[in-house]
Design a protein. Structure first.
Length: 250
């Protein structure tokens, strides 16, 4: 049986201040939990026997069997799944991020949890291992955001820092950003290393960062003379940009 104190703890993890206080985050669903188990330290898990039978060894400090549908009491999902777990929030060293050797995504004020989670999945798909975020970006360890990553958190490191300082330290490298007045991305020579900056859903890249970008790109609409939407969703734009960078490899 899940204790009242444990229920209270889990529900509190919807708020960042409590995730920071306890150093743990929530993950729900068989695929997500399975992906994270091999990478992050699992403090606690509640699972149905049918799911546990498919996993072999489960490296959880505390493992409870869900015999009375108790997952429903603590789940953040409309339709609770077969397992819910608490994992330790990892600590990454931003000095190990090497945009001189690989592509790095930089997210400036991304607010929507779904966009943040989807961008982590996109980075995973295109082999980008580090995402550097401004401190006002959505927390990747919030329940909705973690859920949206679909397990890609196991392979993508997400850092939070002062983006202006981070980019200033790497100003000699290619720093890319997308703008309405940028150069057509499909006509540019793109490097296999550097920083790709993606901006806030409503305001784009803030002026202080824009001033540091030395490669201004544009995703052209089609056809050029047709009236279209005034912008792309930031996650969609990230996918288009990353795909074009990787296409240049082949």
């Amino acid at each position: 049986m899940v204790s009242k104190s444990k229920i209270s703890l889990i529900r509190s993890l919807e708020m960042k201040k409590f995730r920071d206080k306890h150093g743990i985050f929530v993950a729900e669903g068989g695929r997500l939990v399975s992906e994270l188990m091999g990478v992050f330290e699992c403090e606690w898990m509640l699972a149905k026997t049918s799911w546990m039978a498919t996993q072999g060894n489960i490296p959880a400090r505390e493992l409870l069997v869900d015999e009375d549908d108790e997952i429903r009491k603590v789940s953040f999902l409309t339709t609770p799944q077969d397992v819910i777990a608490l994992f330790r929030i990892p600590t990454y060293d931003i000095s190990e991020v090497k945009p001189d050797k690989q592509l790095v995504l930089a997210l400036d004020g991304i607010q929507n949890p779904g966009n943040m989670g989807t961008i982590v999945r996109i980075a995973d798909w295109f082999g980008i291992e580090d995402i550097v975020c401004s401190t006002d970006s959505a927390d990747v360890f919030a329940p909705k955001t973690t859920q949206a990553t679909m397990g890609s958190l196991a392979r993508v490191r997400v850092h939070y820092t002062d983006l202006t300082d981070f980019i200033a330290q790497n100003s000699r490298l290619p720093v890319y950003g997308t703008f309405i007045d940028g150069s057509n991305i499909y006509e540019q020579t793109l490097e296999h290393h550097g920083i790709i900056v993606m901006g806030n859903e409503g305001n784009g890249i803030r002026p202080a960062l824009e001033a540091q970008i030395n490669q201004r790109l544009r995703i052209p609409s089609y056809p050029a003379d047709r009236v279209t939407a005034n912008s792309l969703n930031v996650a969609v734009a990230t996918a288009v940009v990353c795909a074009e960078f990787r296409r240049k490899i082949f």
